[in-house]
Design a binder for this molecule. Structure first.
Ligand SMILES: Cc1cc2nc3c(=O)[nH]c(=O)nc-3n(C[C@H](O)[C@H](O)[C@H](O)COP(=O)(O)OP(=O)(O)OC[C@H]3O[C@@H](n4cnc5c(N)ncnc54)[C@H](O)[C@@H]3O)c2cc1C
Length: 455
């Protein structure tokens, strides 16, 4: 019987391992820290519910609107409630517990250990060396390996693949102020918040998250960015109690090849997060499943050429969507003038609606022909206009008057319907505790990305 080893027990690894075991393949999953949930904002859509058949109890609070705020303070909101498609905030801990339970029930052999390197195994097959829970070196043979060990994948390093370019998201948790439930997520743009991405605000049941995302090279600036974000959120955090801070890395580019010999890269290890929206959960799940399906289809002859079909299947389904988001990033994320144009585009009813639909349904932005032509023309006009605009006008009142301005208090602004709070979780850290130098299993914000040294 084929033996597959999955390295990493995040959503991608757990879904891949469960599908493999259910398909009758002997599957071992090596995870270095089972039971520890890494930081994640948890914004998900109904596509994740379908992909995982999530129970109602995990769906929790709906996120009804997405707001984008320009450097000048103007905001535009788009609805994230489009009939069958909707968005919600999910807590990482119960999601991971459910996926682990499913993997165990499917018959996956769960090993606590840290993958270190490949050594020569029997015949042609690799042997994985890892450090077990007691700190001892151990080894296991595998005919096929699924690399699901996250953005700083050690498996990728071990097979000589280049390190992925990374961004870091640094976020603070607050208790949601009483009586002011929010169901609007916000992306706050401006070079003072983030040089190349944005700050964000997300309700999560009885908590709210305020965070800053930026490429790792600007990582040291996140402290100032977060302070600026809080200023820009106005009264939104009034009365909210700080619960803790957390940070983690995410990839900002897809790996050039999603397979290497008999190794298949899934989720963040494959670079499969849409960095413009930090949309990684869904893509971790679907890539994990696609990799498992490819292995199952070729379980009697799992040769590299056949396993490479996984990369082709992923590209056919999602490469266009990822490419569009990269284009959006390069068009809008790197100058305040262009960020202003982005808000005008979000304000455009049709453009906003189709963009929301693309995010919700995980499909490329594809308005009908006439709308596409009009949107393109408007985009070109706005980009030229903001490019030529006098800098004084960019920051002055004139801009603010051109479009309706959202209430400063987004908690008040948003919130009409909610489906009740999620179960409370224990606070991550004591209030006002200083930010950690190192994150649970991510990089130190000051030190940069962890190198491929033995953990
Ligand atoms: C702050 C932040 C906020 C985010 N918010 C959202 C959001 O709102 N919505 C969304 O969809 N996505 C979000 N994402 C992205 C999302 O969290 C990831 O894309 C997703 O978790 C990727 O899943 P994964 O299984 O590929 O990797 P991970 O979840 O990173 O799992 C990798 C696993 O591998 C294990 N591992 C690593 N190295 C080894 C080793 N050497 N040996 C054994 N085990 C190892 C780790 O312990 C970990 O459990 C966010 C990301 C960040 C950083």
């Amino acid at each position: 019987m084929l033996h597959v080893v999955v390295v990493g027990g995040g959503p991608a690894g757990l879904v891949a391992a469960t599908a493999l075991a259910k398909g009758g393949v002997a599957t071992t999953l090596i995870e270095r820290a089972p039971g520890r949930a890494r930081p994640c904002a948890g914004l998900a859509t109904s596509r994740l519910v379908e992909a995982l058949e999530l129970p109602e109890t995990l769906i929790g609070q709906r996120v009804e609107e997405a707001g984008v705020q320009a450097p000048s303070g103007r905001s535009a909101f788009v609805s994230l409630n489009q009939g069958e498609h909707y968005a919600f905030a999910i807590r990482r801990e119960p999601l991971m517990a459910l996926l682990r339970q499913r993997a165990e029930e499917a018959g996956v052999t769960m090993v606590t250990g840290t993958f270190l390197r490949f050594t020569h195994g029997e015949g042609d097959y690799p042997q994985l060396e890892y450090r077990d829970a007691q700190g001892e070196l151990a080894a296991i043979n595998a005919e096929v390996v699924v690399a699901a060990d996250g953005a700083a994948s050690r498996v990728a390093w071990a097979v000589g693949q280049a390190r992925l370019p990374l961004a870091v998201a640094y976020q603070e948790r607050f208790s949601a102020p009483a009586d002011t439930p929010s169901v609007a997520a916000q992306a706050v743009f401006g070079r003072k918040v983030s040089a190349d991405h944005y700050g964000y605000w997300l309700p999560q049941g009885d908590q709210v998250l305020a965070g800053v995302a930026t490429e790792i090279k600007y990582g040291k600036r996140v402290w100032d960015g977060l302070a600026e974000l809080k200023k820009r959120l106005g009264g939104s955090l009034e009365g909210a109690k700080a619960l803790g801070r957390e940070a983690f890395i995410y990839p900002i580019a897809v790996r050039p090849a999603l397979t290497h010999d008999r190794v298949l890269f899934v989720g963040d290890a494959g670079g499969l997060t849409i960095s413009a929206t930090q949309d990684g959960l869904y893509h971790a799940v679907v890539s994990g499943r696609m990799a498992a399906e490819t292995i199952l289809a070729h379980q009697h002859l799992p040769v590299p050429e056949k396993l490479a079909e996984y990369g082709a299947a992923w590209a056919a389904a999602y490469a266009k969507l990822f490419a569009q988001h990269k284009k959006i990033e390069s068009l809008f994320f790197h100058s305040d003038r262009r960020r202003e144009a982005l808000i005008d585009m979000a304000w455009d009813r049709e453009a906003g609606r189709y963009a929301a639909e693309s995010f919700l349904a995980k499909k490329p932005f594809a308005p009908p022909f006439q709308a596409a032509v009009r949107i393109k023309a408007k985009l070109t006009t706005q980009l030229i206009r903001y490019n030529m605009m006098n800098p004084k006008r960019l920051e002055g009142d004139t801009m603010v008057r051109q479009l309706p301005v959202a209430s400063e208090n987004y908690l008040e602004l948003a919130l009409k319907s909610r489906t009740g709070p999620l179960a409370p979780i224990a606070p991550a850290k004591a209030p006002d505790e200083p930010a950690p130098e190192t994150t649970p299993d991510g990089p130190s914000l000051r030190q940069g990305v962890p190198g491929p040294t033995e953990p």
